[in-house]
Write a protein that binds this ligand. Sequence first.
Ligand code: NAD
Ligand code: AOT
Length: 312
Amino acid sequence: MKITVVGAGGMGSRFALALHGAGFDVTLVDGWQANIDAIRKDGLQAELNGEHVVAHLPIYSPQEIDQSGVSADLIVAFTKSNQLGGMFEQIRPIIHKDTYVLCLLNGIGHEDVLERFVPKDHLILGITMWTAGMTGPGHVVLNGSGEVELQNFAPAGEPFALDVVTAFEKAGLNPKYSQNVKYSIWRKACVNGTLNSLCALLDCNIGELGKTAQAETFLREIIAEFAAVATHEGLDLDQEEIYQHVAATFTANIAGHYPSMHQDLVVNHRLTEIDFINGAVVRKGEKYGVATPHNALLTQLIHAKEQLIGAK
Ligand code: NAD
Ligand code: AOT
């Protein structure tokens, strides 16, 4: 299976390293020139659970893709949500009739974007509990462990989705074939709708958030709004299970992790994915007539902080 990882940031690098290590033919595509230059010069460098790892992987910018000769059986998307559509416009030349796209981005509604580029039965959706961080161009820090849940978006995609599960097993990525990927995506969105926005606003990591007296109330109120909106999409979110799932991260091996929204906003002064997480729930709440005051406030606070910081 020829795999192209599109978006060689923290997560794209993690998955590329794991798949390359398992013997797959892996190519990277990235839009950040300094990152491309660093990976070409010195390889992709990772601190993997304290061990220094270097992998020499081919990497192209979207502008080079047309001339690259790259052809992918599987494209693994790991851009930020706000980069996804623009990136796929540029990589159209490597998408052929047999190409499948796997999307493990955080947030809700990425299928609406990807359906413009691949048929529904070539689309695989999912979530991941692995984490990653970039410390500079070509450098990533990868700690702890995680899992992947994925499922074909349309029934005809099932055999290939099962092949992806097998490939990811070989790469040690702990994949699971989800029986209801929409539920998995909303459940993960509850993780990000609580931890990412709160840690970015409070400038703390997951473990520190968990030690505050307010954490439980924040989590429960935010999750309740996700659940109220999700019922209008035919999903019955188990709020107690999801609360326990999020709260378990406070003391897990990822307690020291700064969520990607913190990395974007606080550390790198970049625009965030808030409109695809809490903001998506607010928009859907407006559509269905469901009040989402906590998510609306979090969305606006993050946008205000983006402006104050001059995020780009
Ligand atoms: P990332 O920001 O590390 O990388 C995404 C893209 O942004 C890459 O193309 C990268 O080259 C570029 N980029 C990174 N830093 C940049 C900078 N300073 N200037 C210019 N460009 C830069 O994103 P990620 O953390 O790998 O996240 C990818 C997706 O996975 C997102 O949807 C995210 O929410 C999700 N996710 C992240 C984590 C995590 O722990 N980081 C965990 C689970 C899911
Ligand atoms: C995370 N983090 O998803 C992953 O940083 O965007 C992120 C992210 C798994 C469990 C808890 C947090």
